[in-house]
Design a binder for this molecule. Structure first.
Ligand code: PGA
Length: 248
């Protein structure tokens, strides 16, 4: 179902102490102004339990930054979707551009990860987005289309309730350079119509990610095909993060 959602991806940041501080600060912000949008944090896996221990708000949930493509077994270092589900994880990022670029995750890997999520009742947040060269060459819509098609066509038993798409132009991630509302809307509209025509899913949630902050969240979230945000840097500041979630 299509719904507004803001997720904070902490990436490889925080220690046990600073994770506690950040969660406490988010809690304080949520107490000040109760929120009606779905909001979630995606801490490093070691700190997930801290985030699930407490009920911050009825709309609060917790995600994981990466999930194994395999089921249980001899895969040292991996975290399975069944483990994540048993630890009250609701969302899993799949195909973040940093995982694609630095860990060579292939489309086939991503399709398997989405399958593991669906089997274990976890919502896969499937990330797509073009690089700067594709934006400059004007080829960006085709690139994103191929990313969506290449993965979703491979997933067996696709379930709209277990899938969110995040459009994150690589040139906007961590750079301070946000896509304009028009640039983001154009790609979101294309993704929505593509997913609808291929899978018959019209009301999928599509998040924007890439230097989203309190100052630009409103103009992005007001766009007809943008349902919220996947937030990196600004999610490490509780006030900014909750302000973004209050930008609908
Ligand atoms: P950013 O990261 O908000 O720091 O640009 C977004 C992301 O990587 O999901």
């Amino acid at each position: 179902m299509r719904r507004n959602l803001v997720l904070g991806n902490w990436k490889q940041n925080t220690t046990k102490e600073s994770a506690v501080e950040l969660l406490d600060a988010i809690k304080l912000e949520l107490e000040k102004a109760p929120i009606s949008t779905d909001i979630g944090v995606i801490p490093p896996a070691l700190f997930i339990e801290m985030a699930t221990e407490e009920q911050y708000s009825p709309h609060f949930s917790v995600g994981i930054q990466n999930i194994s493509k395999t089921q249980k077994g001899a895969f040292t270092g991996e975290i399975g979707a069944d483990m994540a589900a048993s630890a009250s994880v609701k969302y899993a990022l799949v195909g973040h551009s940093e995982r694609r670029a630095y860990f060579n995750e292939s489309n086939q890997d991503l399709a398997q990860k989405i399958e593991r999520c669906i089997e274990n009742n976890i919502v896969a947040v499937f990330c797509v987005g073009e690089e700067l060269k594709d934006r400059k060459s004007g080829n960006y819509l085709e690139v994103v289309k191929q990313q969506v098609n290449a993965v979703l066509a491979e997933v067996k038993h696709l379930d709209i309730e277990k899938l969110v798409i995040a459009y994150e132009p690589v040139w906007a991630i961590g750079t301070g350079e946000t896509a304009t509302a028009e640039q983001a809307q154009e790609v979101h509209a294309m993704i929505r119509s593509l997913v609808n025509s291929k899978l018959g899913f019209n009301d999928i949630s599509i998040l924007y990610g890439g230097s989203c902050k309190p100052s630009n969240a409103k103009e992005l979230f007001i766009q007809p095909d943008i349902d919220g945000g996947l937030i990196g840097g600004a999610a490490l500041n509780a006030q900014d993060f909750v302000a973004i979630a209050n930008s609908f």
